[in-house]
Design a protein around this ligand. Structure first.
Ligand SMILES: Cc1cc2nc3c(=O)[nH]c(=O)nc-3n(C[C@H](O)[C@H](O)[C@H](O)COP(=O)(O)O)c2cc1C
Length: 225
């Protein structure tokens, strides 16, 4: 698969087949993704890969406390900045509406929306879950490096025929994640990443999020004809 195809075919997959993924495949992806650049080559990413019994253990810990949904243990950082403005509010609502429409959940069906949200904590049925953390002292440039690392994981996954979904929702269960994985107090969990083979029949995988046209976010100056 070439890079164009990897980029074009990636989407946030929210229903996976249970087909196990060999540890060697995940090691390969996680290791190669570290070729991602980082300012000063700090390589600030930390990756915790879970499968099998360990993954089940994490899911079971969340499942055991449904009364805490949707807020869980509380987010450790603002997923969106407080007072998010336009055009971002509309973009976020659009993608939410498309997601819930795909699975037949009307806007007013709060329970239905919570049910879909709770699928995050099943890693959407994926056989592999990554949890990505970074040292607390790191600033926006290093969080940006972590984002680049995550995108590289997502693209390498495509080379293996795998799909993925980033999951900031896991910040709501940070305490559970820290204690299960012995993550040191100096680290902060950024997000989870579900990894596996997409379920091609799942309605939730059969729509694509829109993008703004080029002119809306880029300018080009000084190029020769
Ligand atoms: C770091 C990160 C965290 C995300 N967290 C979640 C999440 O918790 N749950 C979810 O369903 N989607 C999550 N997403 C997926 C976004 O909603 C998705 O990337 C966006 O709507 C664009 O759609 P696309 O990825 O299908 O192109 C996350 C994406 C990223 C990059």
């Amino acid at each position: 698969m070439d890079v164009f195809e990897a980029v074009a075919s990636r989407y946030s997959c929210r229903a996976f087949l249970p087909t196990p993924i060999p540890e060697a495949t995940i090691r390969n992806i996680v290791e190669r993704a570290a070729r991602a650049p980082s300012g000063g080559n700090l390589q600030p990413w930390r990756v915790h890969a879970l499968a099998g019994a360990k993954l089940e253990q994490l899911k079971a810990l969340v499942r055991a406390r449904p009364e805490l949904l949707p807020r869980g243990e509380g987010a450790e950082y603002d997923i969106y900045p407080p007072g998010l403005k336009e055009p971002y509010v509309t973009r976020s609502r659009q993608v939410g509406a498309a997601l819930y429409q795909s699975i037949g959940v009307p806007r007013e069906d709060r329970a239905g929306r919570y049910r879909q949200y709770a699928r995050n904590f099943e890693f959407f049925g994926a056989p592999v879950g990554l949890l990505l953390s970074i040292e607390r002292g790191m600033g926006p440039p290093q969080w940006s490096d972590l984002g680049g690392y995550i995108q590289t994981v997502m693209l390498l996954a495509r080379e293996h025929g795998l799909h993925s979904c980033g999951q900031e929702a896991w910040t709501h269960w940070h305490k559970t994640v820290y204690s299960l994985l012995d993550i040191p107090p100096n680290d902060i969990l950024f997000c989870g990443l579900a990894l596996g083979h997409a379920d091609p029949d799942a309605a939730v995988n059969r729509w694509r999020s829109p993008r703004e046209p080029l002119e809306a976010f880029a300018t080009f100056s000084g190029f020769e004809e």
